[in-house]
Design a protein around this ligand. Structure first.
Ligand code: GDP
Ligand code: GDP
Length: 449
């Protein structure tokens, strides 16, 4: 999902018609439960090569009385806040109405220029006057479309493209393609195996790949610094970033330590899932902690592999100790799977594979806005945010703005005043209640009166 587009405008201009055309059958969860967002529909849209999330605000009938006006305004404002970009739709046949101007005003105040104007119902000649009139809104050059007849869709795509590129540039990561839907696209899952020297990384990778592929070493011509090895594990296509191949070149211990840190760094940036290999006899050494923390900060999914389990004698005791250490030393990854394995014998590798798949899934997770806001309301009721210096902080609503890793925006009356501890409380709650254990979760606070 590269960006979110909100379709806004007064009733009857054709918002739903366009929404349905963009989404086709790919409608995301429509939630009719009462709640903050019952009037917003969300779907996965496709327009040519562009893929994005679209929000439809067409939940309301023609607004006649005051209360409806107010609700419509609130709904539109919410959609504008949630979206990266707004498509402001007017009716080319009727021309601009007083209500259109009210919407234009909301957008001017709230959308920071992130607006494209579309004049709909522009099939035939009847929409021409309305199209030129729309320039008067002062919101940029309008795009003439017919949502019903599918006209102007290419122009719309062209108008969206620079925005799409901008949002993609903002979220793009090194060597990492952030398009969702790996299975569908057949793109391999990118794995990094990191850890301190001698933890057993090469042994593990060799065992997983099932041949002495790494030992034969990279052939000439493969980039020396980034050697990624494609393979299939179970049914899953994966690519492992081989840092061991580089490490073998280093002879001196000191040099080796240094190399493994910068290797690890590169590997983490490349990966979707980072497997931190621990040596069970000396788990959670400072280097292990550093690299796991780095993976979390880079927003990767993390799995711990406690290796050399075959050599461990007091297993129950050791496992309890490692779990305790994980919770205490890396609270930011609390709940991340810790899988005991033996790279030497191959024991535990199937469980490791399952954990990798599960964490990858969690990392890709999308939670519907309705579910999130019901959850938020429960939290606010049970534990309202503190009132520092008597100032009440209001949390209005929240939405997931991105996955990989799951990233949420909470709209808040005084973002700066919300204590870190409350933010952590929300993050931990999201992890626990929405089944996202051990995954980096990002929470952004955005200003909303
Ligand atoms: P919304 O209230 O903004 O969601 O509007 P709808 O999508 O429900 O459309 C309102 C009316 O306009 C419906 O009768 C549609 O069939 C009609 N409509 C939508 N798009 C077009 C279009 O491109 N051309 C024409 N002529 N009518 C359209
Ligand atoms: P790397 O530096 O992390 O790539 O570690 P290696 O794969 O080179 O392994 C370092 C040492 O640990 C080697 O002597 C391996 O044979 C040994 N080793 C690796 N995995 C296991 C294991 O599961 N059990 C035991 N007992 N030894 C292992």
């Amino acid at each position: 999902m590269s960006f979110t587009l909100a379709i806004v405008g007064r009733p009857n201009v054709g918002k739903s018609t366009l929404f349905n055309r963009l989404v086709g059958k790919r409608l995301a969860l429509v939630d009719d439960q009462p709640g903050v967002t019952r009037d917003l529909r969300e779907g996965a849209a496709r327009l040519g090569q562009l893929r994005f999330t679209v929000i439809d605000t067409a939940g309301l009938e023609e607004a006649t009385d005051e209360s409806l006006q107010g609700r419509m305004r609130a709904l539109t404002e919410r959609a504008v806040d949630m979206a990266d970009l707004c498509l402001f739709m007017v009716d080319a046949r009727t021309g601009l109405t007083r209500q259109d101007l009210v919407f234009a005003d909301i957008l001017r105040k709230r959308a920071d220029g992130r607006v494209i104007v579309a004049t709909n119902k522009a099939e035939g000649q009847a929409g021409e006057a309305g199209f030129y009139e729309a320039y008067n809104l002062g919101l940029g050059e309008p795009v003439a479309i017919s949502a019903e007849h599918g006209e102007g869709m290419d122009e719309l795509r062209i108008a969206l493209t620079p925005w799409a590129e901008q949002f993609e540039a903002q979220t793009a990561e090194v060597e990492l393609d952030l398009e969702a839907g790996d299975e569908a696209s057949g793109r391999p899952m990118q794995i990094a195996v990191v850890g301190r020297p001698n933890a057993g990384k090469s042994t593990l990778i060799n065992k997983i790949i099932g041949e002495d592929r790494l030992l034969t070493g990279p052939e000439a011509g493969i980039t020396r610094d980034s050697i990624s090895v494609p393979f299939t594990w179970g049914d899953t296509k994966m690519k492992i970033f081989d840092t061991a191949g580089m490490r073998r070149k280093a002879k001196v211990q000191e040099k080796l330590e240094k190399l493994s840190v910068s290797d690890g760094l590169r590997a983490v940036k490349f990966a979707e899932v980072v497997v931190v290999v621990l040596d069970t006899s000396i788990p959670f050494e400072s280097q292990d902690l550093r690299i796991a923390d780095l993976a979390e900060r880079e927003g990767r999914a993390v799995v711990f592999a406690a290796n050399k389990w075959d050599a461990e004698e007091n297993r129950a005791e050791k496992l309890a100790m490692m779990k305790e250490q994980l919770g205490r030393l890396l609270p930011q990854l609390s709940g991340a799977p810790l899988i005991t394995v033996s790279a030497l014998t191959g024991r535990g590798l199937e469980r490791l594979r399952e954990a990798i798949l599960k964490q990858h899934e969690v990392w890709n997770k999308r939670v519907s806005t309705a579910v999130l806001n019901r959850w938020l309301n429960d939290q606010l009721e049970a534990h309202p945010p503190p009132a520092p210096g008597g100032r009440r902080i209001k949390l209005r609503y929240m939405t997931q703005v991105k996955s990989r890793p799951p990233t949420f925006a909470v709209f808040c009356s005084i973002p700066d005043a919300l204590p870190e501890s409350y933010k952590r409380f929300l993050i931990n709650g999201l992890r626990r209640d929405l089944d996202m254990p051990g995954t980096p979760i990002r929470l952004e606070l955005r200003k909303r009166d």
